[in-house]
Design a protein around this ligand. Structure first.
Ligand SMILES: CC(C)(COP(=O)(O)OP(=O)(O)OC[C@H]1O[C@@H](n2cnc3c(N)ncnc32)[C@H](O)[C@@H]1OP(=O)(O)O)[C@@H](O)C(=O)NCCC(=O)NCCS
Length: 182
């Protein structure tokens, strides 16, 4: 069992350790520097002050140890894009699935109607996490050119709030509807 919590400035070294090695293979592609980790933690803390909320960031903690992060970013039409990372030495214990399952209600409670996620086609473990957390496949992204590289089509998934709680009216963070990003 893991717990989710907001980030604090003390988390910089732990975040840098998380975003390193094989964990970056399908994401950043390189180890995070201490400066990048500090800037990321500061950004996460700032996001928590935004009203209405457009980002959700939580540290994943196990026995007092920060082992990963799970986050979502608001997109158009009250949809939020989900992503997650776990420190390499903690993989394969069900922690990512546990964290995503706990995270989903936090995002939907703020009025988001749909969560979406994608993963690299070679990253089958990430697809399993999504399916186990209730996401359903919806297709693939088109191949993309990023920084001179061609990214292959990525499998896409979604989870609708109405599937989890069909009769629930949207609830808004601090009484304010989530911002719309068009
Ligand atoms: C993807 C990631 C978050 C998974 O974390 P985790 O805690 O190991 O995930 P869980 O243990 O909850 O579940 C992993 C599932 O994938 C399966 N799996 C692991 N490696 C696999 C592989 N190579 N092929 C197929 N399935 C695999 C596991 O068996 C498990 O499924 P099961 O419970 O049905 O057996 C972790 O590997 C990670 O941080 N990777 C690097 C960052 C990343 O890729 N993030 C996602 C970006 S989209």
């Amino acid at each position: 069992m893991v717990t989710l919590r907001p980030f604090t400035l003390d988390d910089v070294p732990a975040l840098q350790r998380i975003v390193s090695g094989r964990t970056t293979r399908f994401t950043h592609g390189y180890d995070m520097t201490a400066e990048e980790a500090a800037a990321t933690v500061r950004r996460f803390i700032d996001h928590d002050l935004d009203d209405p909320r457009t980002h959700w960031n939580r540290g994943i903690e196990r026995d007092g140890d920060l082992i990963g992060l799970v986050k979502a970013r608001l997109r158009a039409d009250r949809a939020a894009a989900l992503s997650y990372l776990l420190r390499e030495d903690t993989w394969g214990n069900g922690y990512a699935t546990d964290a995503v399952r706990q995270f989903i209600p936090l995002v939907f409670a703020d009025g988001v109607q749909r969560m979406e996620a994608k993963h690299h086609p070679d990253n089958a473990a990430s697809g399993r996490v999504l399916v186990k957390a209730g996401f359903v496949p919806t297709g693939v992204t088109p191949a993309q050119q990023v920084g001179g590289r061609t990214l292959p089509p990525h499998p896409l998934y979604e989870l609708r709030a109405s599937v989890l709680s069909p009769r629930r009216a949207p609830v808004h963070a601090r009484g304010t509807p989530v911002a719309r990003r068009e």
